[in-house]
Design a binder for this molecule. Sequence first.
Ligand code: AHR
Length: 328
Amino acid sequence: MSKLKRRTLVGVAGIAALALALSACGSGGDDQGGDDRIVIGFVAVGPEGAWRAANEQNIKDTFTAEAGYELKYAPATNLDQQSQIAAFTSFVDEGVDIILLSATEATGWEASLRRAQEAEIPVILVDRGIEPDDPSLYVTRIAPDNVEVAKAVANWAVSEFPDGANYFVLEGPPGVGVVNERNKGWDSVIGSRSEFVKVGAQTANWSAEEAKSVFETVLRANNNNIQLVFAQNDEMGLGAALAVEEAGLVPGQDVKIATIDGTRGALEALAEGRLSFVAEYNPLFGDTLVDVVQKALAGQSVPSYIIVESLTFDSPEAAAEALPNRKF
Ligand code: AHR
């Protein structure tokens, strides 16, 4: 079944949730003491690296008072889900017009989402999905397609290593939806190829520092016999490059590192040849979000998964060309 058809099917469920959510809502901003601004509760992730900073700043720059919004920004405390659930609950109790949710954990959201539905407050998932995925509980998810983005990295690896390679995966935190989706995309291409040998996988929590220490240990334990690293985000890829240099090897030659995100730091490292492939995970959702918020509050239908287009960079030249106008 092609992606488009699946989306339409799920879209129907999304519309049903939407219609349900809006049937009593319908009033827009003036639930909040008389001014007409649309009040948005943003259950955010908070500090977590360059990509997250770009994504959340873009949302803050989009939903301004001048544009007719009141954005209530609630970052998680140390990525803790309980702090997110508490913020979500208080937004429902306050009766905000719409909730944006970037979940630090994929599971454990059913009860909160049902409460929002009972309170007829539409919920939009920003970047992160939920598990189990039940589109009847939210209006839509807006994000690049993690499975396809990871497939692009894997397809590059297959063309870069025609005879295969020993590889290692640096993963994001366990329990985060995008981590599972990125593994799914990578394994769907590489998993069946015997010439690619998986030495191992380990979380480095999106952190350059942790990735450096993890990969230093892995290189030592494997006598530096690893040719390829799939780093699930830029910071971890940059950490792996430092570990390679620490081992007296040359990143981009002895060990090739591919990352996901496409932040400035990664493109600079690709331009220098220290990274070998960067798949963008475009963080600029603002305009798409405005469109969805407006449609949701006007009772119009939206697909339940809206994919944000993303690019790939497979050479120092491509990175150097993109850098001057890079917004994140
Ligand atoms: O959910 C997206 C991921 O979260 C990004 O790839 C990573 O850098 C961020 O922290």
